[in-house]
Design a protein around this ligand. Sequence first.
Ligand code: ADP
Length: 647
Amino acid sequence: METLSRRPRAPRGLLILFGTVVALPAATLVFLGVRLLQQDRELARQRRAETLQQASDRAVRALDDDLATLQRRLSDPSWRPSQAPPGTAFVLMARDEVRADPPAALAYSPVIPRMKEPPTAPFGELEAAEFKAQDLAKALEVSRSLAGSTDPAVRAGALLRQARILRKMGRSADALAIYDMLAAFSTISINGSPVDLLARRTRCLLLAEMKRTGEHRQEAAALDADLGAGRWQLDRVGYEYVSAQLDQWLGSARRPHADAERLAAAVEWLHQQWTRTPGGELSPNGARSLSVAGALVTVVWGSAGGRMAALVGGQEHCQRAWLTTAQTAAGPAEVSFFTAAGPGPPPTPVAGDTLVTRRSAADTGLPWTLIVTLGSDVDAARFEGRRRMLLAGLAAILVLVAAGSYLVVRSRNREIALARLQSDFIAAVSHEFRTPLTALRQFNELLDEAGDLTPEKRRIYYQAQTRATERLHRLVESLLDFGRMEAGRRPYTLQRVDAGALVRDVIQEFQREIEGRGFDLRCSVEPGEHPVDADAEALARALWNLLDNAVKYSADRREIDVSVGRTSDRVSISVRDRGIGIPSGDEKRIFQKFVRLAAATSRGIKGSGIGLAMVQHIVAAHGGTLRVASVEHEGSTFTIVLPLQEP
Ligand code: ADP
């Protein structure tokens, strides 16, 4: 009995099961998932690096094409400058001539046209009077007569000297008027400096001396405006001299001509390169970027024969034209330029997954170094979508593994529970057998040993023996029957019987079984017939089982009511007791094989747990139903309902 009642041990086995079925595959899956995600991220990075490379290649090619076209145009001898885009200038150069279009685009020029200079000969007498004799009045008179000359160069020279003499004589207002006249001479220069520019500069100086501040500022501003508008073709020294003077006069109010100065510097560089190396280092066609005063200036040139044509463009043009070209070609990537000669790119903060590539001017042959960046958001959506799919797939597999594991564990649990029930069953059946066997042995001994028994006593002992034998018989029969039912081999021979009569017969027999145990077993059968199709023996066994349970599970109130009734199409057989009842929630369980409730086992009530399963089997085989209604501690009613048949 000890061995039979030993329970299968679950926890350790379950742990191993859980480990092998759930934890191991789940951990493997998670590991593989993480690896897969890492690889995917690496792949995404490689793809983005390729995208960036291709984008920068496209940008380089597009710029190369653009510049090559421009160089071809510039090196065509028939090309003439026209319509330079804003912020640029076209320049056409010969060794001793530089023409810019528009002229105002350059602040100064490496070569300036020669203008007519006043001769010195006519001014000998004037200068002798002015400097040697110090006779200013005479010198003034001579200058006045020379100012009437028909030669504008002589006239300009005379007027200049006249203004100088007047200043010496302290007649500043008269000198001012003379300089005003000189400001109208635009084709004469003195020592390479245009006379009108000289006259206007001197007027500014005089006005400053005379403390006519308002006029001084006005004239200086007008001079600056004309300088910026390219009124004079000056060389670098001339321009810087005037510019420095204007800075002094106008101070911070002055707006510098920075663009024109930068373009001029670039043209000067090109001219120097070209003239310094005739047919030498400077390639006939080319492009170069220069950093002038911290800004980018690009020069594209083409030369043929003795002429050189070029386009110089400032930073703005670079952005507008070439950067746009590069940007359009580079697609999702961002392009920025900087000059190879300049200070280099500002350190780009590379945020997150942003990729950067640098295409240096030396590698690409372009005049700029290109920085191409691919933001982390580019292509991110595509990869993010794939990553999400991957994660969803992994999650689905995990769910499947978990569900599968749950099923395995559950079925394993069920197996364990069943094994436990079976071992309980064997223990219970053994007990069931032991009682009648013990009774039989005891009565045998009594009959054997006590020789002087009265016939009455003997009869009682034999009756007790018979009951024990019948009990054993019923036990064996019901076990065999249960076995056959389980195997689906229990044959039922249905015949029309009267349920009322059958119930009365069973009760009569059962009454004998429980005789002397103090039970009040009542039976009420509704008047009339209760025809049903039944296997009388099986139905009787079912009813016996219900009665047996009613007896076993009755506590102090030993009352059992059996009733037979009918409706229009059904016959019902109820067995009611006032016993321990069934806790709510357990009503369904009790019909499963081997199930015994705690109330039964804890009270030591004998049973095998197959009775109700058998009853249900039999009732179902009769096309009927078995119901239970119970209140714990108050009692239970089991009802067999069968289809009513014709009498
Ligand atoms: P057993 O041999 O244990 O009586 P059954 O299949 O007949 O097996 O019954 C299953 C369980 O149902 C019993 O162990 C008991 O817990 C409960 N049970 C059956 N009939 C009654 C009843 N009339 N009153 C209370 N509990 C009952």
